[in-house]
Design a protein around this ligand. Sequence first.
Ligand SMILES: [Mg+2]
Length: 423
Amino acid sequence: MTARGAAEGAGGTGAAGAIIDRYAGVVFDVDGVLLRLHQPIDGAAESLAALRQRGTAVAFVTNNASRTSAQVADTLHAAGIAADAAQVITSSTAAAQLLEPGTRCLVIGMDGLRTALADRGCETVTEPDEADAVVVGWQIDLHWDDLRRATLAIARGARFLGTNADRSYPAPEGPWPGNGATLAALATATGRQPEIAGKPSPALFRAAAERLPAGPLLMVGDRPETDLDGAAALGWDTALVLTGVTSAIEAAAVRPRPTWVLHDLRALFDDAPLAPRDDVVVRPARATDSQAILELWDQAGMLAYTREPERDIAAMLAADAGAFLVAEVAGEPVGVLMGSNDGRRGWINRLAIAPQHRAQGIGRALVAEAEAVMRAGGLPQANLLVFTDNREAQAFWERLGYTASAPVTLRSKRLGAAPVDAC
Ligand SMILES: [Mg+2]
């Protein structure tokens, strides 16, 4: 978005209470959502404080198996986020809960896993013949002898359990081998695949749910394939937050689509758009739609920004860029979006929804289809323009993962005698 342009999104927004009002409890991933290298992410501390004030129940989940729940809570505290150890579920905690007390465990892992197993009443053994289970978490001083003993125990029938299957750890210098790499070594050696306790497996999410009141739950994460897919499989709503590993452009391609895409955690307090209707059809615009499109633009106050709308419609239909879209209900056009591209960036213009059909997710459906068309055309980015004083439109686009660039206002310039649109 930039500062100058048409009243985009004016027809696509609508309020149905704050997003957060819909949930009995919220589960937060830690890295990339609350913390980045132990530092709080913008908006995280104030949002968690606001949730605490509202009395919203929260829990924290992390696939990091190396730290104890108390250590994670301390790290959150140090970053200004109030957290008790009992609210923190690590993949080590979840792994321990999958074992019966008294289970004899041959352990690869650090403090976090060893403490969780001891708290569960499991016994740690070192010899392959003594092990009922091999439990594998991240261990940065991993030795070949650890792999040798674990391989022997698994080959002799011990249960094979991994805290998490993360392939790599995002170290400041680049990726380090994650616990998934250790598990792959053991799987290769034994021909057996491990059970996984951490995200996206259900064990960790179920452990979090046990700490929250009954009712609708929301999972907030930055990594769709672990945070969101695991929660969605249990029927939870999901929020993809753009402060971690997923960019706004990548977010548009995430399938299945998250319930919400949040610029940061402050967006939890934004008004929620109503759920999309299921009788909306989004299709390419046709010449026979011209009059309906003019009426939609007129109802949205957009004809003030264009001198020759009929010519624009004809030119877009002739160009056949593929993203000039109409939404229809019962065969009647009720929304329009004019997408184009400059060869590298997609541009979204003149999104308008009929007044009686606003706040029903139709704008969101048009944008999703335009993004899909642009992505299929190899465009890496979608841009649009919004007036700086159009707060409603800005909030709409931010909910869809669009971020504001530095506002710049440019005056339009006439080229020769032909009139040029202001937008
Ligand atoms: Mg994360």
